[in-house]
Ligand binder design. Structure first.
Ligand code: CP
Length: 311
């Protein structure tokens, strides 16, 4: 395991032992969250700043809950109501928050590389909570944790199929990297215009434009929404044509493993990338994924701020 672990920006440079240690700490944090008083003093005296330059429901709220459940102070920073509107730069914003003694930054930004920029300007811990289409590592960790908790199946015996707008998805990139590092086989499926060919270079990852073979034998199937906010015109003919070909339904899962589970990182566009009945049905882990966000993010904050090798 590396000596110093102060940044989680993507999975580059994060060894598998560290990933497994975070998942192990997540088990402990999940137990804390089962207690009548869901709070421990582990991060007392630390201040966590959430810097969100792009909208979020799950990631932001679960990071704030994760920090408070460990008795950290939270500073929530958003685009509105701050001096960004007066022209203050991201760099000066970080310098200002550093002066206010922030210990950890949780950064979401529409630009790929923004969390790396923040990390280059501060000695505080930095977590990438989603940067453009590049990476969203805590989402991948919670997806893997929710899957392991629900199925108990070893990753080495797992085929994960991710279906949808892979090209614009930071979740797909982080999940593909994490699950293949844990030993799973990963299939990325979508229209040719939404499949980034560079991801096929990852060991254990293959691309497939046809849904039926992509689902064949899959143990975990993840649907991704069409990310219109990052998509150039002309990538798909129409939303309805896309849904007709790629929407996940119970019937289309007939080819998957009989015990296959369904994931979605959210936010979800029901009846576009996933049939509403499948999302609400017994195969769905979607609510469990959201719930896993809190103990996973507690574990990540703990590892970065007080864990072995963090200082
Ligand atoms: N999955 C995810 O990042 O959701 P939010 O955008 O709501 O945080």
């Amino acid at each position: 395991m590396s000596e110093r672990f102060r940044r989680l920006l993507d999975f580059g440079g994060v060894d598998v032992d560290r990933i497994l240690a975070i998942l192990e700490t997540t088990d402990v944090m999940a137990q804390v969250l089962q207690r009548p008083v869901k709070r421990v003093p582990a991060l007392q005296g630390f201040t966590v700043a959430t810097l969100f330059f792009e909208d979020s429901t799950r990631t932001r709220l679960s990071f704030e809950r994760a920090a408070r459940a460990q008795s950290a102070d939270v500073m929530a920073f958003a685009r509105g109501g701050t001096s960004l509107s007066k022209g203050e730069s991201l760099r000066d914003t970080v310098a200002t928050l550093d002066a206010l003694q922030v210990d950890a930054y949780v950064v979401r930004h529409p630009a790929a590389g923004a969390a790396h920029q923040v990390a280059s300007w501060t000695d505080a811990a930095v977590i990438n909570a989603g940067d453009g289409r590049r990476a969203h590592p805590t989402q991948a960790l919670l997806d893997a944790y929710a899957y392991r908790e629900a199925t108990g199946r070893p990753f080495e015996e797992t085929r994960l199929t991710i279906v949808g707008d892979v090209a614009h998805s930071r979740v797909a990139r982080s999940d593909a990297e994490l699950w293949q590092r844990l030993g799973a086989e990963v299939v990325l499926c979508g229209p040719p215009t939404l499949l980034p060919h560079e991801l096929a270079a990852l060991p254990g990852v293959r691309l497939e434009t046809r849904l039926e073979p992509a689902l064949d034998g899959a143990h975990a199937v993840m649907a991704l929404r069409l990310q219109h906010e990052r998509m150039d015109a002309g990538r798909i003919h129409s939303t309805s044509a896309y849904a007709e070909r790629y929407q996940l339904t119970e019937e289309r899962l007939a080819n998957a493993h009989p015990d296959a589970v369904v994931l979605h990182p959210g936010p979800m566009n029901r009846d576009v990338e996933i049939d509403g009945a499948l999302a609400d049905g017994p195969r769905s882990l979607i609510t469990r994924q959201v719930a896993a966000g809190v103990p996973v993010r507690m574990a990540v904050l703990y590892h970065l701020l007080v864990g072995k090798g963090s200082r």
